[in-house]
Design a binder for this molecule. Structure first.
Ligand SMILES: [Zn+2]
Ligand SMILES: [Zn+2]
Ligand SMILES: [Zn+2]
Length: 480
């Protein structure tokens, strides 16, 4: 068992300890009780590549959006990389771009590259960056991972850690790359075999923007479909570079394993199983999956997609089960939401809500009603969707907070539209009710989003939006 130090707090004992595990190579567990919202690990990236949709929109090196003081400039060599300033351009050049700049235009225009899907393109460029980095740093003395880890973010350690990660047994051939590997460097195929299992999707405000390799996190954390921690990304804030920050989503007991999700925990059971097996080579046996295998044999779940009246009939059971009761104070409800759910205790009548059609369908209905300004319908449907999220996501999961924020905005916009449309006083009771509802959703949103904390782009994130909406709602309440 050894203790790790997190990069930002070298003087404090690490919250993580590695223990031997008969199934995985080893697993990270809490070396002491951890609090909800606590930072468990800060780790630098080994390599990054923007998604094609973000090219020219963000800095290729630090992923930041341009600002008034930092405009994006194109690399004059390849006209295919953009940087937010000379520092990023210089860092990128010495790190990998020097090896790629000349060949990139031809590479990008090649049929082998152009035919790839966007995700595969990001992986192909990521692999090219990694090969270039290894070649440029001539890491002949790549450290192997030992039990004594001097610093989690030192480069030799990260390359060593990356190479120590388990490869995929039946991995597909590597995508075309933009540069040749250096002497003594592992082959593209050898490097690529570690991709599927170990790449992360870097997101800003929960929207994907890039693919990245964060070997330390890959090495430390196993997957769970009901994780107690999750990764967020920090860039363009106080320090240069892109860092992954792993945050505790709920209180974690001493010696409890720390897990993160490798995929969206809201995906239906069979899709999760298939994706984890294909991409990561293991069968998940977490609490939710053991429930899932029982569910997969239950006709309430395997039957046809539930109809609208079926959902309506179980709506109250759902709301009671997850504790999403609008007549209770939001502070009381947030307490209920932080309890880890025993899936086996779910009433069987609710099983149809786990049908794969439910989340896409209710989300679509919610967006459509919000878009059309049908506020009552939107808040009703949105409330059911919030309850389904509480059912399928683990406590503290940021998507629950994001949706609660959407609901708060919908309710608030409804108040404003009604006030503008009608000067009649008979509507004021409705307005007040809707405004209080907006405040209720907002309190839940803030509670959950604050656990995850600031992430991604500096401006106009969900936390800033929530603060802004809070002021607007308070103003309206004072006007009543
Ligand atoms: Zn930059
Ligand atoms: Zn260039
Ligand atoms: Zn699972």
């Amino acid at each position: 068992m050894n203790n790790f130090l997190s990069e930002d707090a070298p003087s404090r004992p690490s919250p993580i300890q590695l223990v031997d595990d008969p199934k995985a190579r080893n697993k990270a567990s809490a070396s002491r009780p951890l609090e909800r919202g606590e930072v468990i690990l800060v780790s630098a990236s080994l390599s990054l590549a923007l998604l094609p949709s973000q090219k020219g929109i963000r800095c290729d090196f630090c992923l930041a959006l341009p600002s008034k003081s930092r405009k994006l400039g194109k690399c004059s060599g390849c006209a295919a990389y953009w940087y937010c300033g000379p520092e990023c351009q210089k860092e990128a050049w010495s790190s990998h771009h020097k090896k790629i700049c000349k060949t990139f235009a031809t590479y990008e225009a090649s049929p082998e590259y152009s035919c790839l899907a966007d995700d595969q393109k990001a992986d192909a460029v990521l692999l090219s960056h990694l090969i270039a980095e290894i070649a440029l740093k001539s890491l002949s003395s790549v450290d192997s991972v030992t039990d004594d880890v001097p610093s989690l973010s030192s480069e030799p350690f990260m390359f060593g850690t990356f190479l120590s990660l388990l490869g995929h047994d039946n991995h597909p051939a590597p995508p075309p790359v933009a540069c040749r590997p250096g002497h003594n460097s592992p082959s593209p195929s050898e490097l690529y075999s570690r991709f599927g299992r170990n790449n992360f999707v870097v997101h800003s405000h929960l929207s994907p923007i890039a693919h990245g390799i964060f070997p330390v996190a890959s090495r430390l954390f196993n997957h769970s479909c009901t994780p107690n921690a999750a990764a967020k990304y920090i860039f363009g804030r106080d320090k240069p570079g892109v860092r992954m920050v792993v945050v505790a989503l709920r209180n974690i007991s001493h010696n409890e394993e720390i897990t993160i999700p490798y995929l969206d925990p809201a995906l239906p059971f069979l899709e999760r199983q298939l994706s984890l097996e294909q991409n990561y080579g293991f069968r998940c046996t977490c609490h939710v999956c053991s429930f899932g295998s029982q569910l997969a044999r239950n006709p309430n779940y395997t039957g046809d997609a539930p109809r609208e009246e079926d959902i309506l009939a179980i709506r109250d059971t759902l709301l009671n089960h997850v504790g999403l009761n609008l007549s209770l104070p939001a502070s009381y409800v947030t307490q209920a939401l932080s309890v880890v759910r025993n899936m086996h205790a779910m009433p069987e009548t609710l099983y149809p809500l786990l049908h794969k059609s439910i989340i896409p369908r209710i989300s679509e209905e919610f967006s459509q009603a919000s878009h059309e300004g049908a506020v009552d319908r939107a808040t009703d449907v949105g409330h059911v969707l919030l309850a389904v999220y509480v059912l399928v996501y683990p406590p503290g999961y940021p998507q629950i907070g994001m949706h609660a924020l959407e609901l708060a905005k919908t309710a608030y916009n409804g108040v404003i539209t009604r006030t503008q449309e009608s000067s009649a006083l008979d509507n004021s009771a409705n307005e007040e009710e809707l405004l209080r509802r907006a405040g209720w959703y907002l309190a839940i949103a803030k509670h959950i989003l604050l656990i995850f904390g600031p992430e991604g782009d500096v401006d106009s994130g969900p936390l800033e939006e929530a603060e802004f909406l809070h002021v607007l709602i308070e103003e309206e309440l004072n006007n009543l």
